[in-house]
Write a protein that binds this ligand. Structure first.
Ligand code: NAD
Length: 519
């Protein structure tokens, strides 16, 4: 019997102005904070392992607060995890598709049930605002629901052209052991999407979460275990990201790598994965979704209030730590001063502070001391390259809270206009005309998201034809992609354009197989 599911629908966000949502969330934040002394194991072949060496994650808003204690896996543990995944593959790859799909659907249900506590953990561990944390949770659920449906679709028989004297068939088969290496910035959504896609396609996984968000990463593993995923399918190791990540990438038994993170690390992975090592029988496949230097173009006849609103939201949501975040406002000279003034005014109104305390805090802390130092360094560079309009400083002694920062008069080739800062900093760049604006917009090595505000149909058509990004938005901001509403992935140095949350994503983790039988 074939499994029939309701059409996919995105989970809607909670409204924090309602007591019915806000009060239970306040309770969830307290409950989760009561578990900060918890220690999380490695999970290899279903076994929970404790090591002598430990590592920790911290609350970015209050760096004296440890959010969890984790095992510091060695490369021996990574080897053990890869071997476990390798040995489980022959069994898991033959588990019927509908059974594999069932685990994702059950996990989605569990995440909906645990919605507030999972979101609360994201507030504490990575300093997401309540809105952003809930959106992250919703996206994780969406990925599970959507990839479950995608797998059922791919499993439907494909009709080949008939050939007399032969019975021919075509279908997809899993590939092998997956190295899953996600970032911390969508600690549940991206980690869940990347792992669930590999699992539902019949592959076995070694998952290494980012060091900054290991507690949230563990929740996915726990949930998959609770819904009965067989042992060895999903193996979980924590520790030094570069050391373990490189071990996984170089291992001859790793069949493919699903990476999301910075350009620097992604390019290194692509290079290392291309080297054939003794005992390796395949060409490793790499999905690498990387950084951005996303721009919003504002045309002379645009709705300037909407444009300013879009720039502020896209630049400062989750402290600008989204690959899709607007870091360049490219504005036609006729409206440049007006848009700049509106953006500065709106930026000054943003509420910034410890996110656990109130849903009204639109922005919290940036992720780490390292990120803080990097962002402050770029702010110093910005002061040399342009005019500081607002922000530009650290706001808290306890955490990595940086004021939303706007620079004006940045040249298109300045460092602030070219390098990914990954923090709450936006650079205004003046364009002579629309041609110039598009030239500036395309003038980086990246090509992830972009937006154009204009009321000129011809200009909008030109944006569609010429603005070379994987996700182009017209008359709206450049963040906030939804699963199967805006399949997501970038061009050029932004990555391999795997289009997460899109119709083709699962094909990255499958290989097509043709069988031709003489009648
Ligand atoms: P990062 O590159 O520092 O780390 C990403 C992952 O790689 C982590 O799990 C980390 O532990 C691991 N890692 C680090 N060094 C490694 C190495 N040498 N070999 C193998 N693995 C290694 O990135 P981050 O700081 O976690 O995330 C932020 C970056 O991710 C930004 O550049 C952002 O634009 C990008 N990002 C892209 C997308 C997208 O869809 N394109 C989505 C989210 C984030």
């Amino acid at each position: 019997m074939t499994l029939k599911l309701e059409p996919f629908q995105n989970l809607t966000y909670l409204d924090w102005s309602q007591d019915a949502n806000r009060l239970p969330m306040e309770a969830a934040l307290k409950t989760v904070a009561g578990r900060f002394d918890q220690e999380y194991p490695l999970v290899i072949n279903g076994e929970k392992l404790i090591t002598d060496a430990k590592c920790h994650s911290y609350n970015p808003c209050n760096t004296s607060q440890v959010v969890g204690t984790f095992q510091k896996a060695s490369t021996d543990h990574a080897e053990h995890a890869i071997q476990a995944a390798h040995q489980t593959f022959p069994v898991w790859s033959r588990v019927p598709v509908e059974e594999r799909v069932g685990y994702l659907l059950k996990a989605a249900q569990k995440m909906r049930e645990e919605r507030l506590e999972l979101a609360a953990l994201m507030v504490h561990e990575v300093s997401k605002s309540w809105l952003e944390a809930d959106a992250d949770l919703a996206e994780a659920v969406d990925f599970l629901e959507f990839y479950a449906r995608s797998m059922l679709r791919l499993n439907e028989p494909y009709e080949l052209t008939p050939m007399a004297g032969e019975n021919n068939s075509f279908g997809y088969v899993p590939m092998g052991v997956a190295a899953i290496i996600p970032p911390w910035n969508f600690p549940l959504a991206i980690l869940t999407g990347m792992s669930a896609a590999a699992i539902v396609t019949g592959n076995t996984v070694v998952l290494k979460p980012a060091e900054e968000s290991m507690a949230i990463g563990y929740q996915f593993v726990r949930i998959m275990e609770e819904v009965g995923l067989p042992k060895g399918v999903l193996n979980f190791i924590t520790g030094d990201g570069a050391e373990l990540g490189q071990y996984m990438v170089k291992h001859p038994l790793t069949r493919f790598i699903n990476f999301t993170g910075s350009k620097e690390v992604g390019l290194q992975i692509i290079e290392e994965a291309a080297k054939i090592r003794p005992g390796q029988k395949w060409i490793k496949r790499v999905v690498a979704e990387m950084g951005g230097k996303d721009g919003i173009v504002v045309d002379a006849d645009a709705d300037l209030d909407a444009a300013a609103e879009g720039i502020v939201k896209s630049s400062f949501g989750f402290q600008g730590q989204k690959c899709s975040a607007c870091s360049r406002a490219i504005v036609h000279q006729d409206v440049y001063d007006t848009v700049l003034e509106k953006v500065v005014e709106k930026t000054r109104q943003l509420k910034v502070g410890p996110v656990a305390e109130s849903p009204d805090h639109y922005m919290g802390a940036v992720i780490s001391a390292e990120a803080e130092a990097k962002i402050l360094k770029y702010i110093e560079i910005g002061k040399q390259e342009g005019r500081l309009m607002t922000g530009g400083e650290k706001l808290s002694a306890h955490g990595h809270i940086i004021a939303p920062t706007v620079f004006a008069d940045i040249a298109p080739d300045a460092r602030l206009a070219q390098e990914e800062i990954f923090g709450p900093v936006v650079a205004f760049i003046k364009a002579r005309d629309y041609d110039h604006a598009l030239e500036i917009a395309n003038g980086t090595d990246y090509g992830l998201t972009g937006a154009v505000y204009s009321n000129n149909p011809e200009h909008l058509q030109r944006a569609e034809d010429e603005f070379f990004v994987g996700n182009l938005y017209i008359n709206r901001g450049c963040t906030g992609s939804l699963v199967n509403v805006h399949p997501f992935g970038g061009f050029n140095m932004s990555g391999t354009d795997a289009k997460a949350g899109g119709p083709d994503y699962l094909l990255n983790f499958l290989q097509g197989r043709t069988i031709s039988r003489k009648a």
